[in-house]
Design a protein around this ligand. Structure first.
Ligand SMILES: NC(=O)c1ccc[n+]([C@@H]2O[C@H](COP(=O)([O-])OP(=O)(O)OC[C@H]3O[C@@H](n4cnc5c(N)ncnc54)[C@H](O)[C@@H]3O)[C@@H](O)[C@H]2O)c1
Ligand SMILES: NC(=O)c1ccc[n+]([C@@H]2O[C@H](COP(=O)([O-])OP(=O)(O)OC[C@H]3O[C@@H](n4cnc5c(N)ncnc54)[C@H](O)[C@@H]3O)[C@@H](O)[C@H]2O)c1
Lengths: 207, 207
């Protein structure tokens, strides 16, 4: 099983390689990648070794080939249709998030169960009732769902998503969602990010 | 230097221990913590070892004491005042994010440079002009800033924050911000989270 940290670093390597490709760099070594992203060259080689032998000893990697290979591993050589549940403050912001579109992630439907929100226009989408989920999932071959509902609703929403064929969830609700085996989940916990900052502030104060 | 992954796991351990404390659990072993959060017990012991010797061999840790100790390390035994720059879609959502308040993170000021946004009411805050930053930072002893402006504005906003005494930044803009040594930063990259999901979807399809 490939460590999650390796997959995260693959995303980071791909962004760095994309930058290099734009600048016209043709070849790169693992130590140059390492320096570019801030990890050890041993880590870079270890991460890439999970996926096969590429690059030439003493020469390095071809930037275009390595980038294309990493993007293939991450499933980024295609666009993905997503649905979002919870047309509230966070959900409305996510619908407008340009970076998702730039990277091939298209939110094709946003859903809510509040009559006040249903029918409301958010960017180029109209908020739909949760009842319309199965149709949209089928019409757009959706496999990824974003959960932006309150914590107390998150588990039931996840159950509905899984029942309707969603295989991967990005969850913003501050709760651990229980899922059947084989359903991928990524939780976004902004407080953990802030705690990493307060750790730094506390640690430096004690020096 | 303590690995970032260790600090993130400390946050995860503290949430698990808080849950146990609520349930009235008094003592816990590293393998029980490990099982509770999904890492190896060796990892738990390794993480805690950075911070000293606690717990009793063969007996385990006292839940209350360990929780209190970890919270102290993370700087969570106090409240923190934060400011937020960028009263747009994301910024407005973040101002209302209850989980921050529940964990002792208070957004005391939200700023923008758009005349249309300045003076607007968002929850219990009025959007202020960026010129008011120094006063608010001083008045509330603010050391953490949240950047929720577009990528092209993020570096200059970071420079203003640092110039005015901010020591730690939570950045949502999809750009690498350059900072002086000693300023802590945490970047939120939601696309990386989605790529971890598309990796799972792609990997499982290839089996
Ligand atoms: N606001 C933020 O910046 C922020 C940041 C990180 C995480 N979160 C989390 O994201 C979630 C949403 O936060 P928010 O600030 O947008 O809250 P919100 O109350 O503004 O929005 C929640 C929306 O979900 C809808 N909803 C509730 N139950 C539903 C259900 N069963 N089916 C479909 N829709 C349902 C509500 O009608 C509402 O429109 C919360 O769990 C919050 O903790 C919010
Ligand atoms: N929308 C999302 O869900 C989301 C998610 C993750 C990250 N982000 C990132 O967060 C940032 C904000 O996204 P958004 O959707 O809220 O955009 P937005 O355009 O709605 O908001 C940006 C706000 O920043 C203000 N601003 C611009 N330059 C400024 C400056 N120099 N000083 C002070 N204020 C300034 C603008 O006036 C505007 O109100 C972007 O970098 C975006 O990529 C957004």
């Amino acid at each position: 099983k490939i460590p999650e940290a390796t997959i995260t670093r693959l995303s980071v390597y791909s962004r760095y390689l994309k930058d290099l490709e734009k600048k016209g760099v043709v070849t790169i070594s693992s130590s140059e990648i390492a320096e570019g992203v801030g990890v050890s060259s041993a880590q870079v080689r270890k991460d890439l070794a999970y996926f096969g032998e590429f690059g030439t000893k003493g020469v390095g990697y071809n930037v275009k080939d390595l980038l294309s290979y990493i993007r293939k591993i991450l499933g980024l050589n295609k666009t993905w249709n997503l649905i979002l549940i919870g047309a509230g403050n966070l959900g409305s912001a996510l619908v407008t998030y340009q970076e998702f579109k730039d990277r091939g992630f298209n939110i094709v439907g946003v859903f809510d169960n509040d009559l006040v929100k249903i029918g409301k226009q958010i960017a180029d989408l109209k908020v739909l009732p949760v009842e319309d989920l199965p149709d949209i999932i089928e019409k757009y071959d959706v496999r990824i769902g974003i959960i932006a509902v309150p914590a107390k609703a998150a588990q039931s929403v996840a159950d509905v998503l899984v029942k309707n064929g969603i295989k991967a969830i990005l969850n913003f609700a501050p709760i651990n969602i229980h899922l059947p085996k084989g359903i991928a989940i990524q939780n976004v916990d902004l407080s953990i990010k802030l705690e990493a900052l307060t750790f730094s502030l506390t640690a430096s104060r004690q020096q």
